[in-house]
Design a binder for this molecule. Structure first.
Ligand code: URA
Length: 209
Protein backbone atom coordinates (compact mmCIF):
# COMPACT_ATOMS: atom_id res chain seq x y z
CA UNK A 1 0.00 0.00 0.00
CA UNK A 2 1.59 3.29 -1.12
CA UNK A 3 1.94 5.93 1.58
CA UNK A 4 0.58 8.80 -0.52
CA UNK A 5 -1.16 11.83 0.99
CA UNK A 6 -2.75 14.48 -1.20
CA UNK A 7 -3.53 17.23 1.28
CA UNK A 8 -7.01 18.35 0.37
CA UNK A 9 -7.52 21.76 1.96
CA UNK A 10 -9.22 24.94 0.66
CA UNK A 11 -6.20 27.11 1.52
CA UNK A 12 -3.87 24.84 -0.45
CA UNK A 13 -6.23 24.62 -3.44
CA UNK A 14 -6.65 28.40 -3.47
CA UNK A 15 -2.93 29.17 -3.22
CA UNK A 16 -1.94 26.49 -5.73
CA UNK A 17 -4.40 27.92 -8.27
CA UNK A 18 -2.67 31.30 -8.01
CA UNK A 19 0.69 29.60 -8.53
CA UNK A 20 -0.63 27.80 -11.62
CA UNK A 21 -1.66 31.10 -13.21
CA UNK A 22 0.97 31.99 -15.83
CA UNK A 23 0.67 35.70 -14.93
CA UNK A 24 1.71 35.24 -11.29
CA UNK A 25 5.12 36.86 -10.84
CA UNK A 26 8.18 35.50 -8.98
CA UNK A 27 7.64 37.36 -5.69
CA UNK A 28 4.11 36.05 -5.23
CA UNK A 29 5.12 32.61 -6.59
CA UNK A 30 7.90 32.31 -3.98
CA UNK A 31 5.65 33.48 -1.14
CA UNK A 32 2.92 31.02 -2.12
CA UNK A 33 5.35 28.11 -2.37
CA UNK A 34 6.64 28.89 1.12
CA UNK A 35 3.08 29.20 2.47
CA UNK A 36 1.87 25.96 0.88
CA UNK A 37 4.97 24.20 2.22
CA UNK A 38 4.00 25.30 5.74
CA UNK A 39 0.51 23.88 5.23
CA UNK A 40 1.82 20.62 3.77
CA UNK A 41 4.37 20.35 6.58
CA UNK A 42 1.57 20.52 9.17
CA UNK A 43 0.39 17.14 7.81
CA UNK A 44 3.75 15.73 6.75
CA UNK A 45 5.17 16.08 10.29
CA UNK A 46 2.28 14.24 11.99
CA UNK A 47 4.40 11.14 12.57
CA UNK A 48 7.15 13.01 14.47
CA UNK A 49 7.56 11.79 18.02
CA UNK A 50 6.80 14.12 20.92
CA UNK A 51 8.73 13.79 24.14
CA UNK A 52 6.86 14.57 27.37
CA UNK A 53 8.38 17.43 29.33
CA UNK A 54 7.44 19.47 32.38
CA UNK A 55 6.44 23.09 31.90
CA UNK A 56 6.01 25.69 34.56
CA UNK A 57 3.17 28.06 33.71
CA UNK A 58 2.66 31.23 35.79
CA UNK A 59 0.17 29.15 37.84
CA UNK A 60 1.37 25.56 38.05
CA UNK A 61 3.61 22.81 36.80
CA UNK A 62 2.08 20.82 33.95
CA UNK A 63 2.84 18.28 31.28
CA UNK A 64 4.12 19.61 27.98
CA UNK A 65 5.54 18.19 24.77
CA UNK A 66 8.69 18.70 22.77
CA UNK A 67 9.72 17.66 19.27
CA UNK A 68 13.42 16.96 18.99
CA UNK A 69 13.87 18.98 15.81
CA UNK A 70 17.66 18.46 16.00
CA UNK A 71 16.76 14.95 14.81
CA UNK A 72 15.12 16.35 11.68
CA UNK A 73 17.00 16.75 8.41
CA UNK A 74 15.56 18.89 5.65
CA UNK A 75 16.93 18.19 2.18
CA UNK A 76 15.90 20.48 -0.67
CA UNK A 77 16.70 19.32 -4.19
CA UNK A 78 18.37 22.31 -5.84
CA UNK A 79 17.23 24.63 -6.88
CA UNK A 80 13.44 24.81 -6.61
CA UNK A 81 13.38 22.94 -3.29
CA UNK A 82 15.25 25.80 -1.56
CA UNK A 83 12.13 27.91 -1.03
CA UNK A 84 10.35 24.90 0.47
CA UNK A 85 13.24 24.44 2.93
CA UNK A 86 12.75 28.02 4.14
CA UNK A 87 9.10 27.14 4.84
CA UNK A 88 9.83 24.00 6.88
CA UNK A 89 12.66 25.69 8.80
CA UNK A 90 10.18 28.24 10.11
CA UNK A 91 8.41 25.36 11.86
CA UNK A 92 11.49 23.31 12.80
CA UNK A 93 14.25 25.90 13.21
CA UNK A 94 16.83 23.50 14.66
CA UNK A 95 16.63 21.00 11.81
CA UNK A 96 19.81 20.26 9.88
CA UNK A 97 19.81 21.08 6.20
CA UNK A 98 21.38 19.00 3.46
CA UNK A 99 21.49 19.95 -0.20
CA UNK A 100 21.34 17.74 -3.25
CA UNK A 101 21.82 19.28 -6.69
CA UNK A 102 20.20 17.32 -9.48
CA UNK A 103 19.23 18.44 -12.94
CA UNK A 104 17.28 16.60 -15.55
CA UNK A 105 19.09 16.18 -18.85
CA UNK A 106 16.58 17.69 -21.31
CA UNK A 107 17.51 15.16 -24.02
CA UNK A 108 17.59 11.93 -22.07
CA UNK A 109 15.40 13.11 -19.13
CA UNK A 110 17.96 11.31 -16.93
CA UNK A 111 18.80 12.69 -13.48
CA UNK A 112 22.34 14.04 -13.21
CA UNK A 113 23.59 14.87 -9.70
CA UNK A 114 26.15 17.66 -9.50
CA UNK A 115 26.21 18.57 -5.79
CA UNK A 116 25.68 16.78 -2.50
CA UNK A 117 26.34 18.05 1.02
CA UNK A 118 24.50 16.18 3.76
CA UNK A 119 24.68 16.08 7.56
CA UNK A 120 25.29 12.65 9.16
CA UNK A 121 22.29 10.38 8.55
CA UNK A 122 21.13 7.22 10.33
CA UNK A 123 17.96 5.22 10.84
CA UNK A 124 16.76 7.53 13.67
CA UNK A 125 16.85 10.73 11.62
CA UNK A 126 13.60 12.05 10.20
CA UNK A 127 14.42 13.24 6.71
CA UNK A 128 12.20 15.54 4.65
CA UNK A 129 13.12 15.58 0.97
CA UNK A 130 11.75 18.66 -0.80
CA UNK A 131 11.09 19.23 -4.48
CA UNK A 132 8.04 21.14 -5.77
CA UNK A 133 7.52 19.13 -8.97
CA UNK A 134 7.43 15.33 -8.87
CA UNK A 135 7.38 14.89 -12.64
CA UNK A 136 9.20 11.88 -14.15
CA UNK A 137 10.30 10.85 -10.65
CA UNK A 138 13.91 10.35 -11.74
CA UNK A 139 15.28 13.20 -9.58
CA UNK A 140 13.37 11.99 -6.53
CA UNK A 141 14.57 8.40 -7.06
CA UNK A 142 18.19 9.58 -7.43
CA UNK A 143 17.91 11.75 -4.28
CA UNK A 144 16.33 8.86 -2.34
CA UNK A 145 19.12 6.52 -3.53
CA UNK A 146 21.71 9.01 -2.23
CA UNK A 147 19.93 9.53 1.13
CA UNK A 148 19.59 5.80 1.73
CA UNK A 149 23.20 5.12 0.73
CA UNK A 150 24.17 7.58 3.50
CA UNK A 151 22.07 5.72 6.10
CA UNK A 152 18.65 7.42 5.98
CA UNK A 153 15.70 5.09 6.63
CA UNK A 154 12.78 7.41 7.40
CA UNK A 155 12.24 9.69 4.45
CA UNK A 156 9.19 11.81 3.70
CA UNK A 157 9.04 13.41 0.27
CA UNK A 158 7.14 16.69 0.22
CA UNK A 159 6.19 18.10 -3.18
CA UNK A 160 3.68 20.53 -4.57
CA UNK A 161 2.40 18.83 -7.72
CA UNK A 162 2.93 15.24 -8.82
CA UNK A 163 2.36 13.35 -12.06
CA UNK A 164 0.90 9.82 -11.87
CA UNK A 165 3.81 8.48 -13.95
CA UNK A 166 6.39 9.93 -11.53
CA UNK A 167 4.58 8.64 -8.46
CA UNK A 168 4.62 5.13 -9.94
CA UNK A 169 8.36 5.37 -10.62
CA UNK A 170 9.14 6.55 -7.07
CA UNK A 171 6.95 3.98 -5.32
CA UNK A 172 8.33 1.18 -7.52
CA UNK A 173 11.94 2.00 -6.54
CA UNK A 174 11.26 3.22 -2.99
CA UNK A 175 8.02 1.64 -1.71
CA UNK A 176 8.79 2.70 1.87
CA UNK A 177 8.81 6.48 1.19
CA UNK A 178 5.97 8.66 2.47
CA UNK A 179 4.79 11.26 -0.05
CA UNK A 180 2.83 14.45 0.70
CA UNK A 181 1.53 16.54 -2.18
CA UNK A 182 -0.84 19.43 -2.79
CA UNK A 183 -2.18 17.89 -6.04
CA UNK A 184 -1.77 15.01 -8.47
CA UNK A 185 -2.17 16.31 -12.02
CA UNK A 186 -3.23 14.55 -15.23
CA UNK A 187 -0.02 13.52 -16.97
CA UNK A 188 3.46 14.37 -18.27
CA UNK A 189 3.97 15.88 -21.72
CA UNK A 190 6.70 14.75 -24.16
CA UNK A 191 9.22 17.10 -22.52
CA UNK A 192 8.63 15.68 -19.05
CA UNK A 193 6.56 18.65 -17.86
CA UNK A 194 3.50 18.15 -15.70
CA UNK A 195 0.18 19.00 -17.39
CA UNK A 196 -1.60 21.20 -16.43
CA UNK A 197 1.12 21.82 -13.82
CA UNK A 198 2.53 25.29 -13.36
CA UNK A 199 5.45 25.35 -15.78
CA UNK A 200 9.08 25.24 -14.75
CA UNK A 201 9.06 25.90 -11.01
CA UNK A 202 12.77 26.87 -10.88
CA UNK A 203 12.41 29.38 -13.72
CA UNK A 204 9.30 30.90 -12.19
CA UNK A 205 10.90 31.17 -8.72
CA UNK A 206 14.15 32.70 -9.93
CA UNK A 207 13.06 34.37 -13.19
CA UNK A 208 15.60 32.52 -15.27
CA UNK A 209 13.49 32.55 -18.45
N1 URA B 1 9.92 20.50 -13.29
C1 URA B 1 9.17 21.61 -13.28
O1 URA B 1 9.60 22.63 -12.76
N2 URA B 1 7.96 21.58 -13.85
C2 URA B 1 7.44 20.46 -14.42
O2 URA B 1 6.32 20.49 -14.91
C3 URA B 1 8.25 19.31 -14.42
C4 URA B 1 9.49 19.35 -13.85
Amino acid sequence: MNDLHVVDHPLIKHKLSIMRNKDTGPKEFRELLREITLLLAYEATRHLKCEEIEVETPLARTKGYRIDDKNVVVVPILRAGLVMADGILELLPNASVGHIGIYRDPQTLRAVDYYCKLPPLNDHKEVFLLDPMLATGVSSVRALDILKSRGAKNVTLVALVGAPEGLDVVFKKHPDVRIYLAAVDERLNDHGYIVPGLGDAGDRLFRTK
